[in-house]
Write a new protein. Structure first.
Length: 187
């Protein structure tokens, strides 16, 4: 029940699926709201967005997905079914939508992305990053990755993210945390 209480279906339904492809250096990133198993979450057929929908939209937006990163506080197998797919699903569970993800979670996220993008077999593949609605936590993690990996300013990273997933990171607290990190990187 806790999982169903966590997700506001009205907000989830009004959020788009996969955003546009974000490319920076070797990174090819897509962002998405979390796909949900319709039968578990009583999603009306018109608002269905399951794992196969994510794969289809991602492929249409410019990148065969190699990894889906789940940033919700729940294991992906509780949210959706990813069978008959070559896509790897990685769970980096963030405890709350309105708090900065733990440092160990970000470090694992960064390491995973770097290993993926450095593998020549993945040159044309992308990583799809999912959080409940596809904005704050995914945006923070992607913007921080760009900030630290490609040493761009937080404002640039946030603008890049907002360009592929409008309106971008909505949380003032998370935007401030990124700016604070950017200030440290610049010094």
């Amino acid at each position: 029940a806790k999982m169903k209480e966590w997700i506001d279906l009205a907000t989830w339904s009004s959020s788009p699926g996969v955003g546009r492809l974000l490319e920076c250096g070797m990174a090819r990133l897509l962002v998405s709201k979390t796909p949900l198993r319709s039968s578990t979450f009583n999603v009306p057929p018109a608002q269905k967005y399951e794992f196969d929908d994510l794969e289809t939209q991602a492929n249409q937006k410019g990148g065969k997905v190699g990894i889906v990163v789940n940033l919700t506080p729940f294991p992906s197998k509780m949210l959706y079914t990813a069978i008959d797919t070559e896509v790897v699903v990685a769970d980096f569970m963030c405890e709350e939508e309105d708090k900065e993800p733990q440092e160990k979670v970000f470090k694992l996220f960064r390491k995973t992305l770097n290993m993926f993008f450095e593998n020549p077999k993945n040159e044309k593949k992308s990583v799809c990053v999912c959080c409940t609605y596809g904005y704050d936590i995914a945006g923070y993690m992607i913007a921080r990755y760009l900030l630290e990996e490609y040493t761009i300013y937080s404002a640039q990273a946030l603008t890049k993210f907002a360009g592929v997933r409008p309106p971008g990171v909505k949380s003032t607290m998370l935007r401030t945390k990124l700016k604070d990190r950017s200030d440290k990187v610049e010094k």
